[in-house]
Design a binder for this molecule. Structure first.
Ligand code: FAD
Ligand code: FES
Length: 251
């Protein structure tokens, strides 16, 4: 785990209030795995903000940030040449299988970024992405460039399937099945994915969100209930997660 101020080498607005940042951090990138996150310290804020790793290259990391509150609004003011203080990579990341396995990735809104490194790992992933509307859709071309087939769903019907992303997902699982499924997004979507994974007997992993403080397992800021052989226990999303086997998650 590293903690350093790294230079930003680019920032692009990819949807309303949603920014893609490229960070020059080859040493941190060399340690990062799909599904991990960086904990970002911003000037004037006591607590860091967790942001998923969206792309890992030899030169550094890419992160995608949606402005949600004061911290992410402050992040949106950063530009090329500014320094960004990162602690990471943190969390357990996704367990991956052999690249030829039939992987299905399901992303909802700002839960989409951590799935991109998985599409780069699996040669021909089936990717289902859900957004409120067409203008909020992000990263679809990046998934296609990684060799994935993308099915888009929007709640208002302005692009792709009109409705929830879990509807075309179910059609796909019913027709073709899958070897492994990964999902990140809002809780109702994760709940539906969890039920579909059980119905179609697919090994599945869910990446969870929780309010975080320390990010390294030292406080109880991010505890969530997890089902184990001994019953329900509390685990840290930051250290034991953010990725958990779908059947263990209590939603
Ligand atoms: C493991 C992990 C990975 C994440 N990856 C990304 C990412 O790649 N891109 C991205 O844009 N965001 C990501 N987030 C969410 C991001 O951390 C929060 O949006 C951010 O911390 C909000 O900070 P803020 O100061 O802008 O908002 P605040 O002022 O702290 O809060 C603004 C609003 O957002 C809600 N909120 C704040 N934090 C969370 C949270 N963690 N979960 C749910 N609601 C929250 C608050 O209840 C409030 O309504 C991730 C969160 C986790 C736990
Ligand atoms: S944020 Fe402190 S234990 Fe997870």
């Amino acid at each position: 785990m590293l903690q350093k101020a790294y230079p930003l080498i680019g920032r692009t607005l990819i949807a309303p209030h949603t920014h893609s940042f490229s960070i020059d951090c080859p040493d941190m990138a060399a340690l990062a795995r799909p599904g991990q996150f960086v904990h970002v310290r911003l000037p004037g804020f006591l607590l860091r903000r967790p942001i998923s790793v969206c792309q890992i290259t030899q030169d550094g990391l890419r992160i995608v940030v949606e402005e949600r509150g004061a911290g992410t609004e402050e992040m949106a003011r950063l530009g090329s040449g500014d320094l960004i203080d990162l602690l990471g990579p943190l969390g357990n990341g996704f367990l991956t299988e052999a690249p030829h396995r039939r992987a299905v990735l399901v992303g909802g809104g700002i839960g989409t970024p951590p799935l991109l490194p998985l599409a780069e790992h699996y040669h021909k992933a089936e990717v289902f992405l859900g957004f409120r509307s067409a203008d909020r859709a992000i990263l679809t071309e990046d998934f296609e460039a990684a060799g994935a087939t993308v099915t888009l769903a929007t709640e208002d019907g302005s692009a792709g399937h009109h409705g929830y992303v879990t509807e075309p997902l179910e059609q796909h699982l019913a027709r073709h099945g899958a070897d492994v499924l990964y999902a990140c997004g809002p809780e109702p979507m994760l709940k539906a994915v969890q039920a579909l994974a059980a119905k179609y007997h697919v090994t599945a992993y869910l990446s969870l969100e929780a309010r975080m403080a320390c990010g390294v397992g030292a406080c109880l800021g991010c505890a969530v209930p997890i089902l184990t052989a001994e019953g329900v226990v509390y685990r840290h999303v930051c250290k034991d997660g953010p990725v958990f086997p779908a059947e263990e998650v209590v939603l």
